[in-house]
Design a protein around this ligand. Structure first.
Ligand SMILES: [Zn+2]
Length: 111
């Protein structure tokens, strides 16, 4: 049985905080989540490397819904809403509360 979110909130602009059923709390940069979008069109390829966090530095959430009790669907202010973030993936990611690292100052392209 994987952990499930008990509470989801925006503790400060650009940050998503999830309190999990295993007692932990993880914070996520919305720019990180957007850059890591799991949907098929966002997957990097040799022609199209994945864009880093800096490309999404001012991103915010427009909406959020639970999908089938196993994932969250995030709708971002750039209109992108096809990413399904599984609880398992989210629980394994993120940072301790208050410890989301600032984005790099220069654009970074990850292959
Ligand atoms: Zn995507």
């Amino acid at each position: 049985m994987h952990a499930v979110p008990l509470n989801v909130r925006i503790p400060e602009p650009g940050i998503l905080a999830i309190r999990w059923s295993d007692g932990s709390e993880r914070w996520y940069g919305l720019d990180e989540l957007r850059a890591d979008c799991p949907c098929a069109p966002c997957q990097p390829s040799t022609e199209k490397p994945r864009m880093g966090r800096t490309a999404f530095h001012s991103i915010a959430l427009r909406g959020l819904e639970e999908v089938g009790n196993y994932a969250l669907k995030l709708e971002f202010t750039d209109g992108h809403s096809t990413g399904i973030y599984t609880f398992e993936r989210l629980r394994a990611a993120g940072h301790p509360p208050g410890a989301v690292p600032p984005p790099d100052l220069l654009p970074r392209f990850e292959v």
